[in-house]
Write a protein that binds this ligand. Structure first.
Ligand code: HEM
Ligand code: SF4
Ligand code: SF4
Length: 690
């Protein structure tokens, strides 16, 4: 099941990656910088947000007007800032979603990656809460919809008594303090958590890519500014609580669950949210993975050169003062909690020398699961099984790479390592100089997609003699091929690539294959590439802009009105109070004397609402609180056809068996879109219809 999901995630990303590679090339492919792009969008949000905050008025009456002022009165600048704020927030959700899918597709929820995975989960919640509170501040029709349904969602939790949603139904119940709270959450509270959570998320990763390449940033920003000028973000209509709009435009990136609150129920939406969060939190342990053994240091062979610490992608190695008698100053120490057993440190260690024959092959650092000595033994074994009548090739591949499953033939053998970066370059020299094969092909993940972040990069640099330990000069590069699974490779699959390499070996004058980074088959010229890049960005931005307020969600049919029943009421006491006798009063301490003794428990409150003799709401509400003495809250929104209606509402909170303690009956004309509010006035003890 997990594998199927992972394969699905990979296949989902593959066409996107291919497409983006055409325009951006693999080095600038946005899919390789999804986390960094999310952070970049957040920067845009912060800068544009500061501008909006300067002009925002924190009050029920002022909020909408001030946002309108920024949008329409500040020439293009205010409108562009507002649009950038909205569109960058939306774009962050897209890159975040792709980031999660991408990390999942390469199994990064598992093993030692769990920390980054788990610390990412609160980031999702915080980002959504930031977006939702942001929409709230505009205080247009969409904001009212969000406020009302968010309150309904919170009301459904057993922790709150009463109804928060009621506060969003009348002008008098809305207060400026509520706006101050929202501004605080959106501008200070949540952003502080967000920054802290991002730091927590990446601090265990060595050299995390938190900034996309400059060209990518400039392109994305330019396209976003252009979009903001051409398609500015606008508010929806101002709130009129006496009306219910037929529909509101929704930002589907942040508000996807809101139509579900309407069509399912708040409780079901909670189940969905808790279920999804639970799944994300459990993902690292579903199903339990076999723990790989971490790298171990052999002090007798470690000379403290630091290369392993420099190349470890997870900051799992620290250089510490020497703990033995040798003259070296420092030694490598592995933190088992951080090591993901990728083996990149073994590939970096100058003592991982296969030529050693007098002593055992024990490098300064090694993986117990697949040691350097085992790799050398496997090379000998696989080489011995190959027929020698044709050129022989050993393909070195990363463990679990399904694309290389069918490459084995009589002349071609496969050697698996944890990550390509685990193989020290001296092993290639060893294979070729000892005539264990005529060619070595190294293949791994797709370019820019290394599961262990730097495995492919370090390998390329070591083979191209740009990074220590370098491949020795005596190795003929004609006999070495680097064949990453590039989305735009000249060869559709690995076996064709291997055959092509085989042909270059047969033809000593032929071109050496791919020891340089491979070029795409159809080299696109620069202007076309630029156009492709801007078009891809533009399409992305258009999608962002479109789904930020479309399609609309329907609140009522064209010919409907909405009636809201909303009031709080207590049932009468279940038992009548008893007068205390003088004798009983005398026994009580002076400060506790009161004339009556009452049981706290109250009666349920029964409410019936009828329209044209049809019962639309009937409920007997039990008193709240642990002593069953609390008031009950009625909150119900009912859509009804427009036109003339007989309206009846009755409430019983005493011990009478029949009829109602309070009731209201009248004939009313309801216009389509009208919002009728039915409340109960405690002072006059009567229903009030507005
Ligand atoms: C606003 C939200 C997020 C931001 C800004 C963010 C940012 C980043 C960045 C910058 C990196 C380092 C990338 C690199 O250097 O290769 C990263 C890695 C990672 N993120 Fe996120 N991330 C976010 C949310 C998430 C979520 C929700 C998850 C999963 C539930 C997640 C899972 C991971 C994993 C597994 C890694 C890789 C760790 C590794 O290589 O071992 N992230 N993220
Ligand atoms: S195996 Fe990988 S994660 Fe572990 S110490 Fe070596 S390079 Fe670092
Ligand atoms: S690369 Fe090898 S020799 Fe150098 S510090 Fe690391 S373990 Fe020691």
């Amino acid at each position: 099941m997990l594998l199927l999901l992972q394969r699905f995630a990979t296949n989902l990303l593959l066409p996107i990656r291919r497409l983006l590679n055409q325009g951006f090339g693999y080095k600038l492919n946005p899919l390789h910088y999804l986390g960094a792009l999310t952070i970049f969008f957040c920067w845009i949000v912060i800068v544009s947000g500061i501008w909006l905050l300067i002009f925002f008025r924190t009050s029920v009456d002022g909020a909408y007007q001030s946002v309108e002022y920024i949008t329409h009165q500040q020439w293009y600048f205010g409108s562009a800032m507002r649009s950038l704020h909205r569109y960058a927030s939306d774009a962050a959700i897209i890159t975040l979603t792709l980031h999660i899918i991408r990390e999942f597709s390469i199994n990064h929820q598992r093993g030692k990656h769990w920390f980054s995975w788990i610390s990412g989960v609160p980031l999702v919640w915080i980002l959504f809460l930031l977006g939702i509170t942001g929409y709230w501040l505009v205080w247009d029709n969409m904001a009212h919809y969000v406020a009302l349904l968010s309150a309904e969602l919170l009301d459904s939790l057993p922790v709150f008594t009463g109804s928060m949603a009621r506060n969003f139904l009348t002008d008098s119940s809305l207060s400026n303090r509520f706006f101050t709270l929202m501004v605080f959450l959106h501008v200070i509270g949540l952003p502080i958590f967000f920054v802290f959570a991002i730091w927590l998320h990446v601090f265990r990763i060595s050299g995390p890519r938190i900034n996309p390449p400059r060209t990518l940033m400039i392109t994305v920003l330019a396209m976003m500014v252009l979009l903001s000028l051409l398609y500015p973000a606008l508010s929806q209509d101002n709130i009129d609580l006496s009306q219910v709009p037929e529909s509101v435009g929704l930002d589907w990136f942040y508000l996807l669950i809101y139509p579900l609150i309407q069509s399912w129920s708040p409780a079901h939406v909670w189940l969905l949210l808790i279920g999804l969060t639970g799944l994300l939190l459990l993902a690292p342990w579903l199903p339990p993975a076999r723990q790989k053994q971490v790298a171990i240091v052999d002090l007798k062979n470690c000379n403290g050169c630091e290369r392993c610490a420099n190349d470890c992608p997870y900051e799992a190695i620290s250089m510490m003062p020497r703990s033995d008698e040798t003259a070296h100053e420092q030694e490598a120490v592995v933190d088992p909690d951080l090591c993901v057993s990728c083996g990149l440190c073994v590939g970096a260690c100058p003592t991982a020398m296969p030529f050693r024959t007098r002593s055992e092959l024990i490098p300064g650092i090694d993986l117990p699961d697949l040691s350097a000595a085992e790799i050398r033994a496997t090379i000998h074994k696989v080489s011995a099984e190959l027929d020698t009548d044709k050129k022989r090739i050993l393909t070195i591949t990363c463990q679990g790479d399904s694309a290389t499953e069918n490459l084995k033939t009589k002349h071609k053998g496969i050697i698996e390592v944890h990550c390509m970066g685990q193989l020290p370059p001296s092993f290639i020299d060893y294979i070729l100089s000892r005539k264990l094969a005529d060619g070595v092909m190294m293949t791994g993940c797709s370019q820019g997609e290394c599961k262990y972040r730097f495995g492919m990069l370090w390998t390329e640099q070591r083979i191209q003699r740009q990074r220590d330990p370098m491949l020795r000069k005596r190795v003929n590069l004609h006999q070495v091929a680097l064949a990453w699974q590039k989305p735009w490779s000249e060869y559709p699959d690995m076996s064709q690539r291997l055959n092509a390499f085989s042909r270059t070996l047969d033809n000593p004058d032929g071109q050496a294959l791919n020891t340089q980074i491979e070029k795409p088959r159809f080299e696109i010229n620069k202007p076309v590439k630029l156009v492709a890049m801007f078009t891809a960005c533009g399409l992305f931005m258009l999608a962002v802009a479109r789904f930020s307020n479309w399609p609309t969600t329907t609140l009522r049919d064209a010919d409907q009105a909405v009636i809201s029943l909303t009031f709080s009421q207590s049932g009468e006491l279940l038992q009548e109070c008893r007068k205390l006798t003088q004798e009983e009063l005398d026994k009580l301490p002076a400060n506790m004397r009161k004339p009556e003794e009452c049981e706290r428990e109250r009666r349920p409150v029964k409410v019936v609402f009828k329209l044209d003799d049809q019962i639309l709401y009937e409920e007997s509400l039990a008193p709240t609180g642990i002593w069953n003495d609390g008031a009950v809250t009625v909150y119900k929104r009912i859509k009804v056809p427009h036109g003339r209606h007989q309206l009846f509402i009755g409430m019983r909170n005493s011990n009478i068996e029949q009829g109602y303690d309070y009731q209201y009956q009248s004939e009313l004309e309801l216009a389509s879109g009208q919002h009728l509010l039915v409340e109960f006035d405690d002072l006059s003890k009567s229903f009030v219809i507005n």
